[in-house]
Design a binder for this molecule. Structure first.
Ligand code: UDP
Ligand code: UDP
Length: 410
């Protein structure tokens, strides 16, 4: 058996909560195997990361300053702090300026007593591959998305099938294809039972590199860690509720949601008659006049960070109104909570399709579609109320088991 510290892995997460958290869980899992882990991040992210890893003796934090450039709001070192979605692309681009400090760190490590075995870096930090190759360190790419959505995104990128159809109503033929990435391996936060049928197609895009699906990474967490804060008011209230009676609502850490839309959610939840726990990201938004009285005792609105996996694992929770961020999907599937799917941005609509059509583990919120427009349409209180009732009214929480493909692929 390996003695402590013979192996050393470098982890470099992209600076977004949904990307950082699973890699922290992976770091802890490696640390429990006596593998030294160095996490590279910027000072603005270091504080919350330290909270997660401080009790793990083999996990170290290495800070590199976040580049300051015109056009990005000062002090924003995590996408969840950006004032709106339009800053996301410039934010991703600015991380390329971390190349030189990253190279310096790797060079120093290579001369140390424990040179790194490999670097695991986020797929948004593709530029790390060139540095790793130059220094002869294998790079594994980390995918915080599901296999299905990555396979589709890669197929669209390589084969451009959308250029071959005449209208948005024609089905796309999604072929497999040649490699577009040359990393040593691929680490995916998913599990084979969930997405087995899509793994070969996904792997076909990587020059023979293997994809390791070792998610859900959050389940690597030791149970005693999940037990923190069990005395809070919310937890006490949840314990008192009937099993499967409460709907949990969260739209993740990224999407911008207008006050008008938040008002509709408040009315919709209230009209549904089901008790709810709703985590709201917008600190400025307040409940519409008169609502506070109405929801008293029936709903919790929380504007702070919560332990979402812990909430989802409570017996009282019978459904999750979710934006279908991949981490939320994994947490919901793992705790057996069906989803009312309301995808908003990024690959979330693909995740929603996997949940609703592939797994039969949820229903979709009804909304008007504006064809050919990326403009978000307000989801009405009636649609939310109806969706919550439909989801919470389902008998049992069983799903189909292993996913069937919601797409045909050529
Ligand atoms: N955060 C987190 N885990 C925590 C506490 C906070 O991931 O235990 C996230 C939080 O959502 C935010 C970032 O870390 O995106 C900074 O949180 P903090 O509370 O420090 O700042 P604020 O909410 O005032 O921006
Ligand atoms: N999360 C949490 N507490 C909060 C808000 C979010 O624990 O108050 C966690 C949630 O459990 C998930 C992650 O943050 O693990 C959000 O990632 P996801 O992929 O669901 O959505 P994103 O924020 O990337 O859109």
């Amino acid at each position: 058996m390996a003695s402590p510290f013979t192996n050393h892995v470098v982890i470099f997460p992209f600076m977004a909560q949904g990307h950082i958290l699973p890699l922290l869980d992976l770091s802890k899992a490696l640390s429990r195997q006596h593998i030294k882990v160095s996490i590279i991040t910027t000072p603005g992210n270091a504080k919350s990361i330290l909270n997660y890893i401080s009790s793990y003796p083999h996990v170290y934090l290495i800070e590199i300053p976040f580049p300051t450039i015109d056009g990005l709001p000062k002090g924003c070192e995590n996408t969840s702090q950006l004032p709106s979605m339009e800053f996301h692309l410039p934010f991703v681009n600015v991380t390329k300026q971390l190349r030189k400090p990253f190279q310096n760190i790797l060079e120093t490590m290579l001369e140390s007593q424990t040179p790194p075995l490999c670097v695991i870096s986020d797929f948004f930090l593709g530029w790390t591959l060139a540095v790793c190759r130059e220094l002869g360190v294998p790079r594994l790419v980390f995918h915080g998305m599901g296999v299905l959505s990555m396979a589709i995104i890669k197929s669209v990128w390589v084969h451009q099938p959308h250029l071959k159809v005449k209208s948005v109503f024609e089905p796309l033929n999604l072929p497999g294809g040649e490699a577009d990435a040359n990393s040593w391996g691929v680490v995916v936060n998913s599990f084979e039972e969930l997405e087995r049928s899509h793994i070969p197609c996904f792997e076909s895009f990587y020059n023979g590199a293997k994809a390791w699906c070792f998610g859900p990474l959050y389940l690597h967490e030791k149970m005693e860690d999940l037990d923190k804060s069990s005395s809070s008011m919310l937890m006490q209230w949840l314990v008192e509720q009937t099993p499967d009676s409460v709907i949990y609502v969260s739209f993740g850490t990224q999407a911008d949601i207008s006050d008008t839309q938040l008002n509709e959610v408040a009315f919709g939840l209230n009209d549904s008659g089901f008790p709810f726990v709703w985590v709201v990201r917008s600190k400025a938004w307040t409940l519409p006049v008169g609502m506070e009285e109405k929801i008293k005792g029936k709903g919790f609105i929380i504007k702070e960070w919560v332990d979402q996996p812990k909430i989802l694992s409570q017996r009282a929770i019978g459904g999750f109104l979710s934006h279908c961020g991949w981490n939320s999907v994994l947490e919901s599937v793992s705790t057996g909570v069906p989803i009312l799917a309301w995808p908003m941005i990024a690959e979330q609509s693909l995740n929603a399709k996997l949940i609703v059509d592939g797994l039969g583990a949820g229903v979709s919120v009804k909304r008007e579609k504006k064809c050919g427009s990326s403009e978000l349409v307000i989801v009405s209180r009636e649609a939310i109320c109806e969706g919550v009732r439909e989801l919470m009214g389902r008998k049992g929480k069983e799903c189909k088991g292993e996913s069937t493909s919601p797409w045909t692929s050529g």
